[in-house]
Each structure stands twice: as structure tokens, then as C-alpha cells.
Ligand binder design. Sequence first.
Ligand SMILES: NC(=O)c1ccc[n+]([C@@H]2O[C@H](COP(=O)([O-])OP(=O)(O)OC[C@H]3O[C@@H](n4cnc5c(N)ncnc54)[C@H](O)[C@@H]3O)[C@@H](O)[C@H]2O)c1
Ligand SMILES: [Fe+2]
Length: 357
Amino acid sequence: MNFRNFKMIGYVIYGRGAFNQLDEIVQPNRKAGAPMVFLVDHFFEGKPLASRVPAKGNDKIIFVDVSLEPKTTYVDQIANQLKDEFGVVSGIIGIGGGSAMDLAKAVSLMMTNPGSSADYQGWDLVKNPGVYKAGIPTLSGTGAEVSRTTVLTGPTRKLGMNSDFTPFDQIVLDPELTANAPANQRFYTGMDCYIHCIESLTGTYLNEFSKSYGEKALQLCREVYVERDGWDATADDKLMMASYAGGMSIAYSQVGVAHAVSYGLSYLLGTKHGIGNCIVFDHLQDYYPEGVKEFKYMVDKNEITIPKNICANLTEEQFDKMIDVSMGMKPLWENALGRDWEQKMNRGTLRKLYERF
Ligand SMILES: NC(=O)c1ccc[n+]([C@@H]2O[C@H](COP(=O)([O-])OP(=O)(O)OC[C@H]3O[C@@H](n4cnc5c(N)ncnc54)[C@H](O)[C@@H]3O)[C@@H](O)[C@H]2O)c1
Ligand SMILES: [Fe+2]
């Protein structure tokens, strides 16, 4: 097929306090005797949001550990536990940042697909639709709320379960939930969106569809991080819509150099997505000169710390591993550098880049 016929999310609700409607929203999706399962970012354990989760009957709240990015083993463990305990569940609701949302998507799929989630890392390998799933972001930027993937670290690679069954049936965009996120974390995740925009808008896969969303998302990121002083509710509103639009932009194009390189860091060192992208993007002036200049301005203006020297003591073997992972991200390189990307990027260049982080 020449043009991608992509599956979108089902329902969207947006607005401050929209979370209060969650009970009503999930109600029609309840099946007799089968619980709704809420996978809630462990940050919220004991916090007011946890007591607002509309769990009733045999519903279950699981506070998910997102100190590490989601692993296939963790997805399998949660899905197997739910199968043992309930057999069938009505749905999986993910409440948290990109990690909690990705876990929810993956667990939903593993409730109805045999084997391990690692078997489905790739493109269009998932065979059966999952159970009902909803995503509720508490951090803005990843675009995980709209994407057709759930990024998992498996036994041999970090790769998503990309499929038409992966997008959420429902998302609840309530900017109140992102209030009070720590400034550094909010920036790293927000920059994931900014970087999506730069990579999409300068990429060779660009088309009007991606451009329309990418330009809007970029404008919103600039309003938040370049033009405004300080943080307030309006900034939360804007960044939540930036994340949505940024996700829509890459849905119909691709990400680029920053993502290709930061995947290597994350695979080897476990560097988290948002911060890894920031560490890498800071050094990509040769590829994205204007974006990097503006990025540095935003870092200074918002008084953010970007870690340094994370590759200082790596072995030859470790550099090689990162380079392998990164070079494997072919569509990303092709989007960034064109069809002849292999003439423009090689292991030596990549090695010099990694040495700078
Ligand atoms: N599926 C996709 O399309 C897609 C796209 C990009 C990234 N991702 C994935 O998303 C993950 C990164 O997501 P992220 O940047 O949103 O961070 P995250 O979900 O990993 O969370 C980062 C930290 O912030 C905490 N946190 C979450 N909400 C908070 C809040 N409101 N206040 C205070 N702390 C809060 C978490 O507990 C965690 O410690 C990675 O696993 C990445 O692979 C997925
Ligand atoms: Fe990203």
C-alpha cells in the first residue's frame, strides 16, 4: 500500500476536571463480573488522585512501578496475574506518564493474545484486539496517548508493539493532572514533543498532514517554553494539546536522529526517553541547527539541568552495542537524512557523537 491507512484512537475527552467523568465513561464498557483494572503510576500511591479513581465492585487498582521504562517481562507478569485472578477483565485504564500508558496498552493486548509480549515487538504482529483500554496522561509530551505503539524493552531489543490494535479506545485529557509535576521531568517529557516536531518538520517523510499537526505542536511548545515566564495552568493546557498534536504529526511521518541515537542510550544504559532525547538533541547542531539553538535557549530560560558525561567510561563493546541499536532504526535515519542515509551516517560518525554525551 502506498499510503498508510492508520487506525486512530476511539474517543477523546478534553478539559480541566474531565477526569471526574471517568466513571461515566467506563460504565458502558463494563462486562458483568469482569473488573476494570486501573494501572496507576506509582507516583500517585497515597496521593489525592488515587482516591479519585472510580474503582468499584471487584475492580482493581495496581500501582505500577515506572522507575524503569516498561519491560516485556513486567507486562507479562501483570497480564498473567490478572488472568489468574479474574480470567477475563472488562478493561485496562492507564493513568500516568508515557510509561504507565504504554503498560496499559500492552497489558490490554496481552489479555487476549497468547505467549509473551516480546513475541509481538515489531510491526503488525499482534493477532487479536485487546480488551477495552483507556489512557489518561499525567505528564505531557510523549504522544503515547495517540500513538499506535507501546514501547517495550524485551530480551533482545527495545521495540514497540506497533499495530492497529494498539491505540487506546478512549483518552482522557485533563490538564489538571499534570499540575505540580517536577519542573525537570516536565521539561524532559515536554521536550520529547518539541523534538518530535523538529524531527517531523525537517524530515524527508513530511507531508501536509504531519506538517499541520507538527506546526501547531511546535507553536504551543514555544508558547510554553520560549514566550512565557514561569508555569501556570494555561501552560499545562497548552502542553497537553502540544503532546496530542505532536503525536499526530509523527503518526503520519517519523522521528529522526535524536530518537535513533537516544534509543541506543536507553537500551544500554536505561536512560529514560525524555531525558535521553534531551542529552542527545543538545549535540545535534549539525543536523538540526535552528532547533538545537532554540533548545539551548529553552534549557537556560527554564533553568533545566541536562546530565553530562554519561558515556565517559564505556567500553568498546558498549559503544558498539549502542551503535548497533541506533543503526538498526532505519526508518528514522531515512526520514532524517534521506534514502541515501547510509552515505551520510556511519558507525564512525555515530561513535564520535556518542563520545560527546
Ligand atoms: N508509545 C509511544 O508512542 C511512546 C512515545 C514516546 C515515549 N514513550 C514511552 O514513554 C515513557 C516516557 O514517558 P514520560 O516521559 O511521560 O515519563 P514516565 O512515564 O517514564 O514518568 C517519568 C517519571 O515521572 C513520574 N510522574 C508521572 N506523572 C507525574 C506527575 N503528574 N507528577 C509527578 N511525577 C509524575 C513517574 O512516576 C516517573 O517517575 C518511556 O517509557 C517511553 O518509551 C512511548
Ligand atoms: Fe519520543
